[in-house]
Design a protein around this ligand. Sequence first.
Ligand code: ZN
Length: 276
Amino acid sequence: MSQPIIQAILAPNPSIMTGAGTNTYIIAQSGATAGCFVVDTGCDSADHLQKLRQIAAAFGGVSAIIVTHAHPDHIGGAKEFSQLTGAPVWALDNSASGTPFAARVVRHKEQISVGSVSITIVAIPGHRFDHLGLWLPDSGDLLVGDVMSGSGSVIIIPPEGDMAKYLQTLRKLAALPIQRIFPGHGPVIEDPQARIAWYIEHRMQRENMIISALRSHGPSSAADLLPLVYNDTPKELWPAAELSLMAHLLKLKKEQRAHIVAELSGAVEYWALIHR
Ligand SMILES: [Zn+2]
């Protein structure tokens, strides 16, 4: 069994949300020219796409361009790179709210391969409904897109993002014998089990903080809850944090643990706990 190559190439799209930028990954069989998969082109910078094409050429060219999910910092450049190389784009969803230009829709548990490297597509919804991961069972490597980050936590933006599904996904990942996680942003995660446990713990902590804030303050808007729940987070990240906070509230609503107080709510929604 030959080892896979998983090479990260940083896309030149740094921002407050992407950190240093998006990791584009090239997956290939080591020492072979059987083609390669290019995962998450990240942005349409001509320099970046040319660089990807050159690296791919050493492996025999691009077999397919795979997008983990349809956020702009992941599908960016995929269409242009497809035109440049002739390689098709593969995604979990090619509806208007997914990756509409994907030529092929891949399915959960579908097996794909490049050279002797076998990869299983895994549906890992939560960060976005159309999120896939790439699982390499022989090496224990997982490409996880934005389900996890090499640095800090990730944002969940409703309605494409769903906190309940996100936690289910993390718990499913915890059961896989993962050796290394390759995230969409930041460095490789070398302690996958500990990091997954931290992610679950971190989310449950936030949820518990929301519950105790609602308990002590009574009906509250997301803006009221923000300073109580995210006081450890830099203020410039609060607009993003408010979206994750809303995702938590919607999870509690789905679980019938919180509701929107109709008589208080107008343009702003006020949330309260449901006492049972
Ligand atoms: Zn994303």
